[in-house]
Design a protein. Structure first.
Length: 165
């Protein structure tokens, strides 16, 4: 009986999350897995987690390669830059720099050995853009897809319960 109650409560919580769009469940490895709450204050700031649907080339490549399953898939990434700033990808070493601070690598291949998009050089973020970047080295993010328009962000989010250490 107790297991049924726990299961029912769990299912009701999932239904509430789905119906209200106040929460987002992330199970990808791009950022820590867990439950994130919609941020209703303060706009989008550098360092915030943002939820958005990939578009254009990123959507096409992601669907073709199975990085995500559906057109309805939403990404959760950190807003590394918002409305200003620059990033640089070294053409030789693939080192990835954000506002002159080392931020990791731009990988040559994905986990299955397929070549990833590569756009080396210096890039400036426009006032209506943000650069989405995952916290994991193998995240399919702005290092490969470039910036997105701020108005493409569905909402900013804050972690509520993280499943990762």
């Amino acid at each position: 009986m107790r297991k049924r109650v726990i299961f029912t409560v769990f299912m009701l919580i999932l239904l509430l999350i789905e119906l209200t769009s106040a929460f987002f469940i992330n199970l990808s490895s791009s950022v820590p897995a867990g439950i994130y709450a919609r941020k209703f204050w303060g706009g989008i700031n550098q360092g915030d987690y943002v939820v958005y649907k990939p578009s254009g080339e990123a959507r096409i490549l992601g669907l073709e390669r199975g990085y995500f399953e559906s057109e309805k898939t939403m990404f959760l990434k950190k807003a590394a830059l918002v409305g200003s700033g620059s990033y640089y990808i070294d053409p030789e070493t693939r080192c990835f720099w954000i506002d002159d601070c080392y931020a990791g690598q731009s990988m040559q291949n994905d986990s299955k050995g397929r070549i990833l998009p590569f756009c080396p050089g210096h890039h400036v973020i426009a006032s209506d853009e943000l650069l989405p970047v995952g916290t994991a080295a193998m995240s399919f993010d702005g290092r490969y897809t470039g910036p997105i328009k701020i108005n493409e962000v569905l909402f900013a989010a804050v972690p509520v319960l993280l499943f990762d250490d």
